[in-house]
Design a protein around this ligand. Structure first.
Ligand SMILES: NC(=O)c1ccc[n+]([C@@H]2O[C@H](COP(=O)([O-])OP(=O)(O)OC[C@H]3O[C@@H](n4cnc5c(N)ncnc54)[C@H](OP(=O)(O)O)[C@@H]3O)[C@@H](O)[C@H]2O)c1
Length: 285
């Protein structure tokens, strides 16, 4: 039995689709916070079980009979260490043969603010003694779609990343890598740095949006504090805006730019170009 937590999220749904193409539906468990959101999966014969990271009592039953578990990191920044620990402890109690975890590039050394909880989770997994795979997922192409769509109207993409490079990849490629790890052997205690094959810069992104949309689009680089104000004005809480702006500064320093090729090796094909994801999104408005 292969269990995927967070299976109603954007990545989780893609992992379930990948698994459904590789193993019988009855072997897949969608472990979700809100089972009613997964009714479509249940209809296809996928087992849907409640698994709320905030309610450890749900996790034991959700992991019953599991051979492999994919822990998809939660989305509530600040709460995730305790949430993930609860999942790891339940996986340990279930005696699984592999726990895969969606982490962040260079979790153990990166200065990225978002990495703190991933680092703590990786440490807890190592300390548990469970066989593990760390899927250190780089940035999603999709993170940049809202800014790209907005830029078609405003003519500007703002940031603080200067000409730092971003080796992003499509969510679907990360999902394919997770499915590979869950359905093939040889991934015990592996740490995969997963990125797109090609790294790009914000000025290149602006040029690509301009080319694909026909609009005039430029990249405007701002000091970190100023970019944080822009993000705040767009509705992000001040601490989150500050963290995202600082992340851009870390991008300028090269922390999300390396291209080790591990994602394409795992999925057995080149990663999806940014251009394809962007073109699809801009076509749909
Ligand atoms: N690499 C990147 O660029 C990037 C970008 C954004 C996020 N991430 C990380 O990668 C994860 C997956 O990405 P995504 O795009 O699939 O994010 P997403 O669409 O926001 O999905 C997050 C998933 O986490 C589940 N979740 C949140 N809190 C939970 C809880 N207390 N108990 C159980 N499940 C809980 C959500 O459940 P519901 O469906 O019930 O809401 C959802 O299924 C994110 O959660 C985040 O940690 C990475």
């Amino acid at each position: 039995m292969i269990v995927v937590t967070g299976a109603t999220g954007q990545l989780g749904r893609l992992v379930i689709e990948e698994l459904a193409g590789r193993v019988p539906a009855s072997q897949i468990v969608a472990a979700v916070r809100s089972p009613e959101k997964a009714a479509d999966l249940a209809e296809r014969g996928i087992q849907v079980r409640e698994a709320d990271y905030d309610r450890p009592a749900t996790l034991g039953p959700a992991f019953e009979g599991a051979a492999k578990i994919l822990l998809i990191s939660g989305s509530e920044v600040g709460k995730r260490v305790d949430q993930h620990k609860a999942v790891v402890d339940a996986a340990k109690a279930a005696g699984v043969e592999l726990l895969a975890y969606t982490s962040i590039p260079h979790a153990d050394t990166t200065p990225l603010g978002l990495a703190t909880e991933h680092k703590a989770t990786e440490e807890h997994i190592r300390a548990s003694g469970l066989p593990f795979t760390f899927l250190r997922n780089g940035w999603y192409h999709e993170n940049y779609l809202p800014a790209a769509r907005l830029a078609v109207r405003s003519g500007v993409i703002a940031g603080s990343a200067r000409d730092g490079r971003i080796a992003s990849a499509a969510r679907a490629d990360f999902a394919a890598a997770a499915a590979t790890v869950l359905t093939t052997e040889g991934h015990k205690d592996a740490v995969y740095e997963l990125t797109g094959d090609v790294a790009w810069s914000m000025p290149e992104l602006a040029a690509l949006v301009a080319e694909l949309s026909g609009a005039q689009v430029e990249y405007r680089d701002l000091p970190v504090a100023e970019y944080a104000k822009v993000l705040e004005a767009n509705g992000l809480p001040a601490p989150v805006a500050a963290m995202f702006a600082q992340t851009d500064a870390d991008i300028a320093d090269g922390w999300l730019g390396d291209t080790p090729g591990e994602l394409s090796r795992l999925i057995g094909r080149p990663t999806t170009p940014l251009r394809d994801t962007l073109a699809e999104s801009l076509k749909n408005g």
